[in-house]
Design a protein around this ligand. Structure first.
Ligand SMILES: NC(=O)c1ccc[n+]([C@@H]2O[C@H](COP(=O)([O-])OP(=O)(O)OC[C@H]3O[C@@H](n4cnc5c(N)ncnc54)[C@H](O)[C@@H]3O)[C@@H](O)[C@H]2O)c1
Length: 426
């Protein structure tokens, strides 16, 4: 199918390349010129294993990135919208989405399939997208074919999951749904839902479910701190061979571009029932960063800090720092007049600078710091190499292990999230 993917970010680029690799001819429409330049030179701006190879093997053959909207007219059998849907002052900001639809509308035809891939508040497709499409002359006497096929992959394994996860979808007509199913035939399975709203909600529920699970683990961690035992040991004991529990690993906040906003997108969509549990869970996942920092700050003897783990998650690795708890930690420390160094094995120096932190080689930053915080779960922070480096820290330096990655290691000054202070060795 001759397809346009609008927005070549984490979601759009991985999807565009997967489609191109399956033989579809794909135009990638992107407004950011740096992204286009980078892609045309064969380099992906997003970090995904295997993505540069996939780009190089399809570039100019089946994948054509560019910024000219007119070109959509040559690739208009399907148009897939992969635009950001962030929060702006707590309210979903659909302006990227609206602008992108507006820019492509002149170049569509009667049987173009429109696919919503972004995560959107429930009702967006029916109440916003379809009326927008109907403003076009093309749909004066016919209904546009529209499908909602939400993205559910995780950064770092997206290329693999695009093919291995079932794809959810709903559409405005059986014909549109059949076309969407064909487009996503690279996925293991295409699960059809009855309405556009059901498909929009299925995406939101997938993420909110995860956020609530993390919040429960974090709540247990905060209770363990009060009761003076090690939550990591207790969770491992509960989960072992017990079929009715699979408690998540507690951690220093839950961030990223999706989980941090999707609960609010869901709540915003509801007019009568206001979610209780999920909003509380979200709050807890935001608050835990502040609680842990407040817990340790009175114990710190100096004003130099090193924050390790600045991407919003460490597993699978990503270079994405959007709504990252590590970046929030840096902000809190800078507000307390700390000099803050940042380190993340997945991030280049220029991305670390964007967080407001300074960079130094890890060994040097460790030797200078009065406080070291492990803010994401990158596997490197579990390694012997890392802990060997930390053992060079100066006397009196505190370490906050925000993910329990120190395991059974004993080190003077080590404090763990989810471990009562009595169990700590500072
Ligand atoms: N990142 C994830 O892992 C993930 C996973 C599932 C769903 N989602 C959802 O998918 C959507 C996209 O997320 P993302 O992380 O890819 O965002 P992103 O910010 O990485 O990518 C969006 C891209 O769209 C481009 N863009 C903006 N306006 C445009 C326009 N008018 N025309 C062309 N391009 C335009 C931007 O320059 C950017 O490159 C969001 O709704 C998000 O919630 C994201």
């Amino acid at each position: 199918m001759k397809t346009t993917v609008v927005g070549l970010g984490y979601v759009g680029l991985t999807l565009a390349l997967t489609l191109a690799d399956c033989g579809h001819r794909v135009y990638g429409l992107e407004i950011n010129e740096e992204i286009i330049e980078s892609l045309l030179s064969g380099k992906s701006h997003v970090m995904e294993p295997g993505i540069d190879d996939l780009l190089k093997s399809n570039l100019g053959k089946t994948f054509f990135p560019g910024k000219e909207t007119q070109k959509v007219s040559e690739f208009n059998e399907a148009i897939i919208y992969c635009l950001p849907t962030p929060l702006n002052a707590g309210v979903p900001d659909l302006s990227y989405f609206i602008r992108a639809v507006g820019s492509t509308l002149t170049y569509v035809k009667k049987d173009t399939l429109f696919v919503v891939r972004s995560t959107v508040p429930v009702g967006t497709t029916r109440k916003l997208l379809i009326p927008l499409l109907k403003e076009s002359q093309v749909f004066q006497n016919s209904e546009p074919m529209v499908a909602v096929c939400p993205e559910r992959t995780a950064e770092g394994v997206a290329l693999q999951e695009l093919r291995s996860l079932p794809q959810l979808g709903a559409a405005t007509s059986p014909q549109a749904l059949a076309r969407a199913e064909k487009l996503f035939s690279f996925a293991r399975e295409f699960i059809k839902l009855d309405s556009l709203e059901a498909a929009e909600a299925a995406k939101l529920f997938s993420n909110v479910y995860r956020d609530v699970q993390f919040a429960l683990a974090n709540e247990f961690a905060l209770l363990a701190e009060e009761w003076g035992f090690d939550i990591h040991q207790v969770i491992a004991a509960i989960n072992k061979d017990y079929p009715r529990a699979n408690i998540a690993r507690p951690g220093l906040g839950v961030g990223g571009p999706c989980l941090s906003k999707d609960t609010y997108l869901m709540a915003y969509s509801a007019k009568e029932y206001q979610p209780l549990l999920s909003l509380q869970a979200r709050k807890l996942n935001e608050e835990i960063v502040h609680q842990e920092i407040n817990r340790i700050l009175p114990l710190v003897k100096g004003n130099k800090a090193l924050v390790c783990g600045l991407a919003f998650k460490g597993r699978p690795e990503t270079n994405d720092i959007r709504n990252s708890p590590g970046v929030e930690v840096i902000k809190l420390l800078l507000n307390q007049n700390f000099v803050v160094y940042g380190f993340d094995p997945a991030l280049k120096e220029e991305i670390i600078f964007k967080t407001g932190a300074l960079t130094e080689p890890l060994e040097k930053a460790v030797r200078e710091a009065d406080l070291i915080i492990i803010a994401n779960n990158n596997r490197f922070f579990e390694s012997e190499d890392f802990w060997e480096t930390l053992s060079q820290k100066k006397k009196g330096c505190l370490i906050l292990d925000g993910w329990g990655l120190s395991g059974k290691r004993k080190l003077k000054g080590l404090i763990k999230l989810g471990v009562g202070n009595e169990g700590c060795n500072y």
